[in-house]
Design a protein. Structure first.
Length: 514
């Protein structure tokens, strides 16, 4: 066989070229230690922060500690499947979750995987959003001025929430924090708002109850439930709110409106404390790591009302004008709002709704303390009609509470004080509302106007609820234009106010307190 040097050289060059084209360089490391949902890995020199790591037996993790001689990672899966000496590979991908319309109506875990038994969720490669997203800057935002109606009179009248706002729900356990958020979600049934409920460290029975309420209320098809229950690993509980936020950002960037509830942030902080201590990060106040404030601020800063011109500034925003409204929940211990995590979250958010145990136990539900609760957006997040009738309501109730406490020590009160106590008692009764019974904006305006104008002063406190329901029915039957114009125009025009006064006067002639 006659071999020609030129041909041999050509074949070798071609083979070398093809070899280089198929050559794959991988960043591979070795497990040094594993336990308690955390692994230490040697050899991942080019690992990125928050990068997904691939372990044997289908287990994945996320890199959190990038140290000089090893990488600390949290595991998303059974640690019993991993042992010392196992090989670990980097994937080149940051932790991300599936997003989009296909997620609506589903219950998923912190990784976006379905856990509701309704089959897999098929999404395209371009529909994955990073869990650690970038918060919109000042230029990309616009002021919060569009109402996010919760359907709860006490909140919409006194502590209004706007689209793009971050309003903290704070109080002891069993004071109705989750109930307020579920009511707010139910109230979005006939709106363009998509709801996301993130359950962190909750009992499975609690999450099941929330899902059942959403299904019965007919809003589950526009909701996503991200569930990281108490039985899940701390890593999953830590990741859950970031995953839910990423799902909401997808809709926000497409010009849609999203309401997201984090239930609750204290359990999220506890999960992060557990992960951090296992990764040997130095503990600080109450053993929480020093970056706990940064953790929550970078999560809650992603809630925003996006500027209508934002797509011109950043291609991330497909359509401007979208919003992401956050309602974080924090559980306090014996009403201690000065503890570490509550004060942290209070300083990050745009106001707080404080639920008081004593009010709840005395039958005032929702148990909103109007003195401590505040919305830093204020009347900007109210319709013109609500703003007009609810102007002095919060101050009047706070004065009534102080006066009622003082009046216990003496019975000889002047007429003006007696009148203020009478009005305050009836307004307090008027603001009571049943669970899972959100009220339309126009009916709220009518109720608050009736109470503030003194229409209820001549009736006993026990008749207030019946008066309110009767007045709503009377308006629907005899004066439907009042409710229609309030709903459409969102303001209390002079002619509508005059007709409402006439209707209330007519109704009072027919109403008899039992």
């Amino acid at each position: 066989m006659d071999l020609k040097p030129a041909e041999v050289t050509e074949v070798l060059k071609r083979e070398l070229k093809n070899y280089r084209a198929t050559l794959k360089v991988e960043n591979v490391g070795t497990v040094l230690a594993v336990g308690d949902g955390v692994a230490r890995i040697h050899g991942l020199d080019k690992c990125m922060m928050s990068e997904i790591l691939e372990f044997p037996n289908g287990v994945f993790g996320m890199a959190l500690n990038l140290e000089e001689d090893n990488v600390g990672a949290v595991l998303f899966g059974a640690e019993t499947k991993i042992k010392e000496g196992d090989e670990v590979r980097t994937t080149g991908r940051l932790i991300s979750v599936p997003t989009g319309d296909k997620m609506l109506g589903r219950v998923v875990n912190a990784l976006g995987q379905p856990v509701d038994g309704k089959g897999p969720i098929e999404v395209g490669k371009d529909e994955w959003y990073p869990c650690e997203g970038r918060a919109p800057n000042v230029v990309e935002r616009q002021p919060v001025k569009e109402p996010m109606m919760t359907g709860i009179k006490a909140i919409d009248a006194m502590i209004p929430i706007g689209r793009g706002q971050r309003e903290l729900i704070i109080g002891d356990r069993q004071t109705g924090k989750t109930a307020i958020c579920v009511d707010a979600m139910l109230n979005q049934k006939n709106t363009d708002v998509i709801c996301i409920y993130v359950a962190i460290g909750q009992k499975m029975s609690t999450v099941k109850s929330v899902v059942r309420s959403l299904e019965q209320g007919g809003v589950m098809d526009k909701c996503i439930v991200v569930n990281a229950p108490a039985s899940d690993q701390a890593s999953m509980q830590f990741l859950a709110p970031f995953s839910g936020c990423a799902m909401g950002e997808r809709f926000r960037d497409e010009g849609k409106h999203v309401l997201i509830i984090y239930d609750d942030i204290y359990k999220h902080a506890t999960a992060w404390r557990q992960v951090s201590l296992l990764l040997r990060r130095p503990p600080g106040r109450e053993a929480f790591p020093g970056d706990i404030f940064n953790l929550h601020s970078r999560l809650l800063e992603r809630a925003a009302k996006i500027n209508i011109d934002a797509p011109k500034l950043n291609p991330q925003f497909k359509v401007g004008g979208g919003s992401l409204t956050a309602l974080p929940i924090v559980e306090t211990q014996d009403g201690d709002v000065s503890a570490y995590i509550p004060t942290n979250v209070i300083s990050i958010t745009d106001g707080q709704i404080f639920l008081e145990t004593d009010l709840f136990n005395s039958g005032i539900r929702p148990a909103v303390n109007s003195g401590i609760s505040v919305s830093r957006v204020g009347g900007s997040a109210q319709t013109a009609g609500m703003k007009k009738v609810a102007g002095g309501l919060r101050l009047g109730l706070a004065q009534y509470r102080a006066l009622a406490a003082f009046a216990q020590f003496g019975s000889d009160l002047d007429a003006a004080t007696q009148a203020q106590l009478t009005r305050g008692e009836r307004l307090t009764e008027l603001l009571k509302q049943g669970q899972y019974q959100p009220m339309a904006m126009e009916k709220q305006v009518v109720s608050v106007y009736a109470g503030s104008s003194g229409a209820l002063d001549t009736y006993p406190v026990s008749a207030v609820g019946a008066f309110e329901k009767g007045l709503h029915r009377f308006l629907e039957d005899r004066h439907p234009t009042v409710l229609t114009r309030l709903r459409d125009e969102k303001k209390l025009a002079d002619d509508v106010k005059a007709e409402l006064d006439t209707a209330i006067a007519e109704f009072k002639t027919t109403f008899r307190a039992s």
